[in-house]
Design a protein around this ligand. Sequence first.
Ligand code: PLP
Length: 454
Amino acid sequence: MSKLRDPKVILSAEEMPTQWYNIMADMPNLPAPGINPGTLEPLGPEALQAIFPMELIKQEVTQERFVEIPDEVQELYRLWRPAPLMRAYRLEKALDTPAKIFYKYEGTNPTGSHKLNTSIPQAYYNKQAGIKRLATETGAGQWGSALSLACSFFGLECMVYMVKVSYHQKPYRRSFMELFGAQVAASPSNLTEAGRRALEEDPDSLGSLGLAISEAVEDAASRDDTNYALGSVLNHVILHQTVIGLESKKQLEKVDEYPDVVIGCCGGGSNFSGISFPFLADKFGGRKIRAVAVEPAACPTLTKGVFAYDFGDTAKLTPILKMYTLGHDFMPPGIHAGGLRYHGASPLVSQLYHDGTIETVAYTQNEVFEAAVTFARTEGIVPAPESAHAVKGAFAEALAAKEAGEERTILFSLSGHGYFDFASYDAYLGGKLEDIAYSSASVQESLKKLPSIK
Ligand SMILES: *Cc1c(COP(=O)(O)O)cnc(C)c1O
């Protein structure tokens, strides 16, 4: 036996999960039902059928513990899955911590983030339902890239509304989507009612995810051949992302490990849920384990928002969901982690936070980038700015373990790479990143506009 340490935990294709895990089978309180924005009555499946295929609507509400992953989806997953699970030996040494740090790296696929785990099944179910075209929004460009590639695999057209601040910050993300055949518009655009209205109010609007969602939903609702696809927040998206945690669990079993704490960054909540929910299944069964969602201090949905019914978008076209929110027209500052600039959070994550099952923490961008650079220099991977929040969360746990002089096994989700994000790294290295505080006044203003639902 070699005495050399190997940081990779190997899993074969045969050992990959064949089912997704549905936390709704196990959580003590289900999320409150969605509300139809038109009638203010509970949302029926009919309302969703204008923009989603039936299989995804079923997955949105099912309480079955496991859902089969279709063979075609499993085969496409095999293009890059199982994703690497790594022991961060060099990072542990740099932090001089007694903690063991593992990370699940979702950046090895062609689009560079975990989002391909859900764009593939979403394109698959839409194709099965006879849909020809998908419309979506993208914040930083990772979701748009993932959907573009999935649409290209299944021969679907793809229309992407890209938040304007990212469209200009990350031009190569646009090229990437176009290479895979997608049409990309900077949002707010003049292609939709919602976009035109926003441009009238503020021609220099930087855009927001909430606004781009309005554009994509309007596009999808106005065309019979087109459905809408969302890259986070919804139950079916989170269901698909549980492959991350299911694989991680099997990988950790191989090395006789089980995490004390599981960490993910949280924008809409999908990668955090993906890595943590299969472990929370054990927590509901009595096992001791913590899950920590990390968000940016500039857009602190969970740590500073309210738990209330709100719209998912600026133009109030989406179903009204019970979630932590900063208000649907809250315009987050243009921080570099574009994928975390969302006013709301997944109803599943929100409910679990409300019930005290999970924990949250927020960090400012300079401390996040500082952690990312240390991670890059020790582990050799440049994290996406979003993922860097989870890196910072793992640092905090590792240092807390050191201070307490105790062992701790940490698992975090490295949700994507940052190779399209060098403008942000340049800004950080050049000392030009500002720690923009969130404005509690503008949140208060935005919260006045919450819909009143009994
Ligand atoms: C989109 C994205 C996120 C944030 O979305 P979640 O749904 O909260 O996971 C985080 N990391 C990366 C790399 C992303 O692309």
